[in-house]
Design a protein around this ligand. Sequence first.
Ligand SMILES: C[S@@+](CC[C@H](N)C(=O)[O-])C[C@H]1O[C@@H](n2cnc3c(N)ncnc32)[C@H](O)[C@@H]1O
Length: 311
Amino acid sequence: MEIKDTKKISSSKLFSMTGGEGQYSYVNNSSFQKMGLDIAKKLMQEEITKKLDIDKNIFSPPNVFRIADLGCAAGPNTFFLVQDIIDAVKSKYESEEIEFQVFFNDHSANDFNTLFRTLPVGKNYFANGAPGSFYERLFPKASLHLVHSSYAIPWLSKVPEKVQDKSSPAWNKGRILYENCKEVEFVYAAQFADDFDTFLKARAEEMVPGGLMVLLFPSVQTEANPPKCIMVTIFELVGSSLMDMAKMGLVDESKVDSFNLHLYFPSAEEVKTIVERNGSFKIEKMQQLDRLMPVIEKLALVIRAASEEVV
Ligand SMILES: C[S@@+](CC[C@H](N)C(=O)[O-])C[C@H]1O[C@@H](n2cnc3c(N)ncnc32)[C@H](O)[C@@H]1O
C-alpha cells in the first residue's frame, strides 16, 4: 500500500470517489448518503414549495429552470434527488411546460463517464456536466435557480498548511483528522470558514434573486457531551489503523504523519455564523435530521468508496 503525502497533491487531484460500477465503487456503496437524502426529501420539497421565490414568468430563456448539483459523484443518488427537485418545482408552478436544465458538477477527476452512461432512461431534463471545484465560479452570473449539494461541503479545498508543518503546534502527528486535538481542530475550522465563505460568494454570483440553495451534510451533534461528529470518529479509526500498521512495520510512520484528510464537519452554529458574516444568503430553514443507523459492514464499504482514492 502506498500512502500519499497530502502536501504534494493539488486540491483538485486530491480526491474523487471510487469510480466505475464495480464491487467497491461509489455507485454501489452510497446507500448511507441515500438514507440521508431520503430523510431530507420531504423537508426539501416543502421548502421548494414555500420558499422558492421566483416568478415563473421570469425564468429566462422563457420556461427554462436551471438546477445544479454540486459534488454529484458518479450517481445514482444525484439522479434521485434531481427528480425530487423537478417534481417539487413542477407541482409548485402547476406547470408541465417548464423545461429543466441540470448541471452535474464534480472535480474533473470524477467518473463522469459512468454518470452520463447511467443517466435515467426517459429523464425529463437536459443533462450537462460542469467539471471543476465548487470553490470557484462554475456558472455565468445569475443563471441558476436552484443549487443542491449533499455530503460534499465537508470536503475542504485543501489540507490546512499548518497541520502539515512540523514546526507548527498544529502539526498533525499520528492522526489523519482532528479528533481529540484542539490545536488541529482549530486550524481545520478556520480552513472550513474560509472555504465555505468562498463557496457562498461564488454561488451568490451564479444564482438568480429568489433562488434556493439546499445543502445536506453531516455535522456535529450538539446534544452529545462533548459535542461530536460520528464521521470524525470513523475517520480517526482509519487513522489509528494506519498507525497500527506503522507499528507493525507495514508502512512508514513518517508517511502516516504526512497524510491528512481534507475534511471538516461543522456545527450548526458555525454554519450559521459563516452564512450571516458572508451576508449573501438568508437561512430559511436549518434542521438537524434524525441520526442514520447504517449496518456497520455497509458503512465500512461506504467509507472505503469515499476514501480509498486519496489513500
Ligand atoms: C460523498 S460524495 C457525495 C456525492 C453525492 N452528492 C451524494 O450525496 O451521494 C462527495 C462528492 O463531492 C465531490 N467534491 C468534493 N469537493 C469538491 C469540490 N471542491 N468541487 C466539486 N466537487 C467536490 C467529491 O469529488 C465527491 O464526488
